[in-house]
Structures are given as C-alpha cells and as structure tokens.
Design a protein around this ligand. Structure first.
Ligand code: PGA
Length: 270
C-alpha cells in the first residue's frame, strides 16, 4: 500500500497574503503528518510559496512539495500567456495535466494532454493526470455494476493521455479519477462527492488499463487518487478504499483547519 498523497488545488483563488499564510500554516504541521502533501497555488504565487516551503536556509519538510496547475508542452516560444515545463523545472515538482476545467474552458483535447504529459516527464516533473466522466448516471445505484459510459470515457481519456509513455516513466505519473459532476463550485454548499465504492470501482478500471499495458506490478505502483468535493466529513469514505491512494482537494484545501483534518484522516489509512 502506498503512503497516502493529498494534493491541494487552490485553483484561481488566494491573494498573495492568503497563499503565504496558508502555505506557512500547512508547513508548520506537515512533518507531523505521515502523508505526502502537494500544494498547487496559482502560477503567480508559485515562487513565493516555494520560498516558504523550500527556503534556501531553513527547514524544508520532506513530505511537502509544490505543484503547478498547468503548463504548455513546448520548452519556449511565442505562446503568449503560457508557462513551459523548462520554466517549472527546479521550481515545482508536480504539474496538473488534463484537469476538467482546462478541458472545458480551454478546450484541451486528449492529444494535447498527451503532449503535456510527455513534456512534463521529459523535464523531470511528475504529471498529475486527471480523468473523469462528464455526467452522473443517476439510474445506476451503489454497487459495482454501473456507469458503462463513464467507464468508457475514463478508459479512453487515460489510454490517449498515456499514449507513447514508457514503462519506466508511468510510475512517475499520479493519476486522479475526478468525475466532472462531482467537482464543486468551490463552496461547501456545491459539494456533490461520488460515493466511495463507486470511486473505488472506477479506479479499479483505470488500474486494469495500466495493468494491461505495463503489467500488474507496475500498475500497482502507480498512485491513483480520487477528487471531487472531498472535505473533512467525507474523506474517510475514499481514503479507506483499497484502490484509492489519496485525494485531490479543491475548495476544502483553501481552509487550513479543514485541509489538515483531511490530511490527518489520510494518515489513518496506513
Ligand atoms: P473540489 O475540486 O474539491 O472543490 O470539488 C477538486 C478539483 O477540481 O480538483
């Protein structure tokens, strides 16, 4: 079983002051938690947050890392407004790829996501690849047999995103099953998480894809997380599932106390 991984996706939230306070608070307790934590602040706060969590002379908790929320796939060039993997290298260790908000607002295709994922690997960044079906199949109840269309969607997204990725690289990828219908609008009232059994079942399907392509042993070493409306109350539902290696947290990662409760709960899984 993997050491649990908890990724905080701050999305387009926080002022510089908020980001600095949140990062300092999380840093102050991180090394007491037996869990790996990745903070993904907005681009403009990557550097200030890096200075807080990785100061050149000072304490750096080993289990607290930085991630970017996006990148372009070319190392440099005339791409106005974008950031390259070469720029992120040495600053962040992880980068989100294929988040549904990027797919939706910026029309990112599976082919582009594949280019980004390979570019991240080439530059030594760990891609956090998000896949998820758009719609909830409400006629299908709890249990293992459901959402055939959802399954097809996520299998296709995964296969296309990892096209051409070699066996030795796949373990550097963190995969996230994030059903689009379960993602909140950032507020507690808009949370609508999947149920744990369902998420576990879908993650099993993703692991089968990896297993067919790279072999069972390799597939088991790939971390697969659940994301979508995770909070302090429902995190238990996901973290104790056998296939789920951690969580990607959006809205609830913006509140220090709630985020730390989620991390503490994840520790209990080990
Ligand atoms: P949420 O966001 O936890 O607010 O649903 C998760 C995500 O989109 O990464």
């Amino acid at each position: 079983m993997h050491r649990p991984l908890v990724i905080a996706n701050w999305k387009m939230n926080t002022s510089l002051a908020d980001a600095s306070i949140l990062a300092s608070q999380i840093k102050s307790v991180a090394d007491q938690l037996e869990v790996d934590i990745v903070l993904c602040p907005p681009f403009v706060w990557l550097y200030p947050v890096a200075e807080i969590i990785y100061p050149s002379n000072g304490f750096k908790p080993k289990n607290l890392k930085l991630g970017a929320q996006n990148m372009w796939f070319l190392p440099k060039g005339p791409i106005t407004g974008e950031v390259s993997p070469a720029m992120l290298k040495g600053l962040a260790e992880y980068v989100l790829v294929g988040h549904s908000e990027r797919r939706f607002y910026f029309h990112e295709t599976d082919a582009l996501i594949n280019d980004k994922l390979k570019a991240a690997l080439e530059f030594g960044l760990k891609p956090v690849l998000c896949v998820g079906e758009l719609k909830k199949n409400s006629s299908e109840k709890s249990g293992r047999k459901r959402s055939a269309t959802g399954e097809m969607d996520i299998v296709k997204q995964l296969e296309e995103a990892i096209y051409g990725v070699e066996k030795e690289d796949i373990e550097k990828v963190v995969l996230v099953y994030e059903p689009v219908w379960a993602i909140s609008l950032g507020t507690a009232a808009s949370r609508n998480a999947a149920d744990g059994g369902y998420a576990n079942f879908m993650i099993e399907k993703l692991r089968e894809v990896l297993s067919k392509k790279y072999g069972r042993a390799v597939a088991e070493r790939v971390k697969i997380l659940y994301g979508g409306s995770v909070d302090e109350d429902n995190v238990k539902e996901f973290i104790y599932q056998p296939e789920i290696d951690g969580v990607l947290v959006g809205g609830a990662s913006l509140k220090y106390k709630e985020f730390i409760k989620i991390c503490r709960e994840a520790v209990g899984r080990e």
